[in-house]
Design a binder for this molecule. Sequence first.
Ligand SMILES: O=C(O)CCC(=O)C(=O)O
Ligand SMILES: [Fe+2]
Length: 379
Amino acid sequence: MAAATSVSVPAKSLAACALRGPLGIAAPAPLKHFDPRRALANLAEDVKSDSTFRIPLIDFSKFSSATSQSEKRQTADEIVNGFKEVGFIYLNKHGVPDGTVQHAFQKSAEFFRLPMEEKLAWKDPRANRGYVQIGRERATQSADAEEIAQLRAKAPDFKESMEIGRDWDKTWRNYWPQESAAPGFRHTMLEFFQTCHDLHILIMRAIAIGLDLDELFFEDKIHEQYHNLRLLNYPPIRRQLLQQEGQARAGAHSDYGTLTLLFQDSVGGLEVQNPHTKRFQPATPIPGTIVINAGDLLARWSNDILRSTLHRVVAPPAQKVSETESLTPARQSIAFFCNPNQGARISCLPTCMGAGRESKYAPVTTEEYIVGRLSATYH
Ligand SMILES: O=C(O)CCC(=O)C(=O)O
Ligand SMILES: [Fe+2]
């Protein structure tokens, strides 16, 4: 499995792609100029984590119902410190009702049980919508097509997924199953999408405060809902198979956008890399919480002050099914990948440079970066 690569983007090549629109927001660049090999995120350099590495548990109600600016600031600082040191936090009392999450899980499970002809296949990284069969994706940090093809052939990810984007996109439509085959699926997922978008806005306000920006700094850069709701199903699998070299339910990777909101069931298996020791440590499910991690674009935006940490999904404890065989139980999760606006130009935030801290990355648009990474991961 390829290690995280540190590659910076030459200013010239990306500047040439970023055509600025009338609102100062970069228009989508011609994709043919984009080389994902040159744009994989760095991990943060100021390594603060050590063997005491621990994903912090943060009570978000202290931010959302704060009565003073100093109260807000306290939780904002906790959140930003979590992303600086670990790159992951558990968010508690986040305002998304348990019932809403349970309902989304139930509808997701119903979707994966549908016959194949109802699950319309994912086709295009620019659309990033539809059903992804087991073995089609190989999460990795590598962007070398040949290396990924070899990895996929030898050790594909043992998972299937359903990818959903904003439903009103001018170019791409979602691949919904027939309403009669999956009653309520579409409605549930669209509501869930909106709920997650609203939470993203609130957390980005906290991050803005924690980075000494105006609380509403990100507002007009993240409002277009250029996000991706991913339903994940990890079928039960013979443990021996998962223990083969390089094999995992999802290989080590970083996420691409601002934040990922991850809802997991109680099975476990998600592991997060301690950036200091390089060891993977479990992100044990905590009921009622959302696991939230910073993605590559937030790391780039913040000049690597906030960390986009490697993570993977491995086999949780197996159940014995015979004298010689044990079965790793099925697992379900839902990841909401939050992104800045499609044409937003991600360049170093004003409070993240200066005082000897140079801007490390050339600007890139959200679409250039994300489509480049997606093209490298799927076949
Ligand atoms: O299923 C999980 O717990 C994590 C999935 C993940 O990291 C991803 O899809 O990017
Ligand atoms: Fe991920």
